[in-house]
Design a protein around this ligand. Structure first.
Ligand code: ATP
Length: 189
C-alpha cells in the first residue's frame, strides 16, 4: 500500500491540513493518509501546546467521515520528545511492504535538515512538499516530490486566536472541531 503520513501539532487541525492530505492522496494515488499528532513537539517546546488527548480528539472528529484518512496515536503514546525518524521505523516494522510518503508544507520542508537524524529520515521515506502561503520555495539538498494544492492562508496560530474569543471559524475548521475546542475551553484566555 502507498501510505501518506501527515504529522503535525494539529492544535487545532484545520482545512489547510485536510486539503493538503486530500490533494496529495489524489496526486500520488495513495491508498490512505495517516494523520499523526505529535506527542511532545520538541521544536515547539517554548510554546504552550494543548493536551495531546485533545489534539487527537480533534483530528479524529475532523476525519471521521473520510474513509481515505486514519489517525494514529503512536507519537502520543511514545514517551519523550517526538522524532519523525522513530515514527518511520515503527511504521516500517509493522508494515514492511508499505511505501511511505511524508507530507509537509514548504515551511516544514525547509526545517527538515534541523531534525534528529534527518538524513536517515529522508532516505527512509518519500518526502512530499505542498505549497504553504507565506513560506518561500527553498532549495534543499535532498530529493522530494512536490504537489501543488490550492493556497490556503490558514494556520493553527490564527485559529487559536479566533477560537479564544469563540470567533466564527466556520469552513476554516470542521464544525465539530470548533465545537470541541470551544466546549473544552482549549484556547480560552
Ligand atoms: P501553527 O500555526 O501552530 O504553527 P500549523 O497551522 O503550521 O500550526 P501544524 O500542525 O504545525 O499546523 O502543521 C502540520 C503540517 O501541515 C506541516 O507540514 C505544515 O506545513 C502543514 N500545513 C499546515 N497548514 C497548512 C496550510 N495552510 N497549507 C499547507 N500546508 C499546511
Amino acid at each position: 500500500m502507498r501510505i501518506g503520513i501527515l504529522g503535525g501539532t494539529f492544535d487545532p487541525i484545520h482545512i489547510g491540513h485536510l486539503i493538503a492530505a486530500s490533494e496529495v492522496h489524489r496526486a500520488l494515488n495513495l491508498d490512505r493518509v495517516l494523520f499523526i499528532p505529535a506527542g511532545q513537539p520538541w521544536q515547539k517546546s517554548e510554546q504552550l501546546v494543548s493536551p495531546a488527548s485533545d489534539r487527537l480528539a480533534m483530528v479524529s472528529l475532523a476525519i471521521a467521515d473520510d474513509d481515505r484518512f486514519d489517525v494514529s496515536d503512536m507519537e502520543i503514546a511514545r514517551p519523550g520528545d517526538t522524532y519523525a525518524i522513530d515514527t518511520v521505523h515503527s511504521l516500517q516494522k509493522v508494515s514492511p511492504d508499505d511505501e511511505f510518503f511524508w507530507i509537509v508544507g514548504d515551511d516544514v520542508l525547509a526545517r527538515i535538515p534541523t531534525w534528529h537524524r534527518w538524513e536517515e529520515f529522508v532516505d527512509s521515506v518519500t518526502v512530499v512538499a505542498v505549497n504553504r502561503v507565506g513560506a518561500p520555495h527553498v532549495s534543499v539538498n535532498f530529493d522530494y516530490q512536490r504537489v501543488e494544492m490550492p493556497d490556503v492562508a490558514v494556520s493553527a496560530t490564527l485559529l487559536r486566536q479566533r477560537l479564544a474569543s469563540a470567533d466564527e471559524c466556520l469552513y476554516l475548521v470542521p464544525r465539530d472541531v470548533a465545537k470541541y475546542a470551544i466546549t473544552n475551553g482549549l484556547y480560552s484566555l
